[in-house]
Design a protein. Sequence first.
Lengths: 159, 159
Amino acid sequence: MRMSEGVEWALHTCLNLAWVGPERAVTAARLAAFYDLPPAYLGKQLQALAHAGVVSSSPGPRGGFRLAREPGTITLMDIVTAIEGPEKAFRCSEIRHRGPQSQISQAGDHPCHVSRYMREAELAWRRQLAARTLTDLQHTVTRSSPGIPERTREWFLAQ
Amino acid sequence: MRMSEGVEWALHTCLNLAWVGPERAVTAARLAAFYDLPPAYLGKQLQALAHAGVVSSSPGPRGGFRLAREPGTITLMDIVTAIEGPEKAFRCSEIRHRGPQSQISQAGDHPCHVSRYMREAELAWRRQLAARTLTDLQHTVTRSSPGIPERTREWFLAQ
DNA sequence: GTAGATATACTCGGATAAGACGTGTCCGAGTATCCCTGG
DNA sequence: CCAGGGATACTCGGACACGTCTTATCCGAGTATATCTAC
């Protein structure tokens, strides 16, 4: 089980957009240059974020991306789901209904308990991610290194 | 992010081995026939489980697989880790240390907060899986459908 | 009848191909801007 | 001087190759068993 690398890019990029603020749009190329990432591929991730309503895009000159909502209303879960999709990691394919003994299980018509436990674990993971917003991240970073927000904002606004 | 299909097979198969008990070894072919799965590929998953110390294998006639420990000491986390490997789903590649502004972040030498939040969420998931053992699964199934354990055991012991 | 050696058949185990998905890239559609022209 | 129209250059957006991991399969190494033979 491996999470897409784009999730890490999306999280850091959304945080950068939070520093810049909603007044100014930032191009995918400049967002990519900040971390030396492939510009076109980061653009693809940004498209996914836009489709999910996390960021909004503006075409043409002076165009680019900006956060679509307040940072306090954007959870890490929103960003992860936007990139990875809404599908669950563990997918029950109901193998107990296949094979010679399927008649045994079908009699009860009960749900798959294996699937239930796996779902509960995944739910705990989702809850934790949904409890953290971009604002939480901003506060944590600011407390740890107060200079970062200002310097990052200046870097994106320059030029 | 998608979990390997083999995890579902391994979970159900380990549960079946728990029904059969440690006295008798069951071949990979018979375990696969129970769910109509590819025998050779299930064998590969069983090898991973054996390597992780979850099941033990016996070669030769009357050989096969059986649980290596008491079902109460085998957690769902053990089985998932055996198949998926010990790697974390979210892997921080430290992109903040790449690109033109890397000097800004390096100054603080603080840990990556994005990575920290993602780790915390994944830890919640692992905790939930580690809290459930094969015995818990057995109890849940027995309460839901009391006939299943006996009939499954008989199916594997027959022939 | 019993013990030992041997042949046997059955098991796992790792090495080997095919397919699916994530990764990376490209060029075209669309638009806000800027400039030029006319009033 | 001001307003309108058009050319322009820049942006995103979806369609197109490449690499890597999961999936699936095969045949060989090793062993417990059963048989046969000798005592």
